[in-house]
Design a protein around this ligand. Structure first.
Ligand code: ATP
Length: 217
């Protein structure tokens, strides 16, 4: 283990709405890898992409309700507070600067995000500032889309968990997390049809959605 600060991980997402597919794998990952704090980082969606149905304030509120009373999680609203959407790499570079060179930092993604990582802005620079912790996601293959991505993955795979704590950045960990079959798209689809989503997201988030008439019609 590092004798500097403990490994700190972040999970970025649209969270429109937050659901058990975000929370359950990350809770398992935290106990497997030894994370004491996971920061949820709601994204601003660029204007040329389909906009979330819930407003930034509503997405934040749902994140807060989902993690109330769970000390593992906290919230960072910096991406929503900017006027322009930010690239993940830029947010992580800011965090690296704030936390200093030695703090081990990790960004958590689902397997679907790993498969399309080569489309992210300056994707290869991500490992200069953090580790990547990858959670399983049902329906997404372990096979990378491009040879370049596969090579990059093979080159940076962490040999063991302790190296994630010893090194500040640069490694990829493919975690053995539970497969949770849920997406925000499916939740929105079900809610638009008036179907129940009881087992898919926390009760407090469902209550908020109902109270504010989100994802209706
Ligand atoms: P949408 O359906 O609106 O695209 P989503 O359910 O994929 O949303 P996001 O907020 O886009 O959720 O995801 C944020 C992060 O959480 C991504 O890295 C994604 O891979 C991961 N994630 C989302 N759902 C799951 C899941 N069921 N299992 C594992 N990882 C997930």
């Amino acid at each position: 283990m590092s004798d500097t600060s403990p490994l700190h991980a972040l999970l970025g997402g649209t969270f429109d709405p937050i659901h058990f597919g975000h929370l359950r794998p990350v809770e398992a990952l935290a106990s497997q890898v030894g994370l004491q704090q996971v920061t949820l980082l709601p994204n601003n969606v660029p204007p040329h992409r389909p906009q979330p149905e819930a407003s930034p304030a509503q997405r934040v509120e749902m994140v807060k309700l989902a993690v109330t009373g769970q000390p593992l999680f906290n919230l960072d609203q910096r991406e929503l507070q900017r006027q322009t959407p930010s690239y993940t790499i830029e947010t992580l570079e800011d965090l690296r600067e704030e936390r200093g060179e030695q703090q081990p930092l990790a960004f958590i993604i689902g397997q679907d995000s790993l498969l399309s990582l080569h489309k992210w802005h300056r994707w290869q620079a991500l490992l200069d500032v953090c580790h990547l912790l990858v959670c399983k996601r049902p329906g997404y293959s372990a096979q990378m889309e491009t040879a370049a991505l596969q090579r990059w993955l093979d080159t940076h795979l962490a040999a063991d968990i302790s190296s994630l704590h010893r090194q500040p950045a640069g490694l990829i960990w493919l975690a053995d997390t539970p497969q949770v079959e849920v997406s925000a798209t499916e939740i929105r689809r079900r809610l638009h049809l008036g179907l129940s989503c009881e087992d898919l997201l926390p009760a407090a988030v469902i209550a908020y959605i109902n109270q504010h008439g989100l994802y209706r019609g």
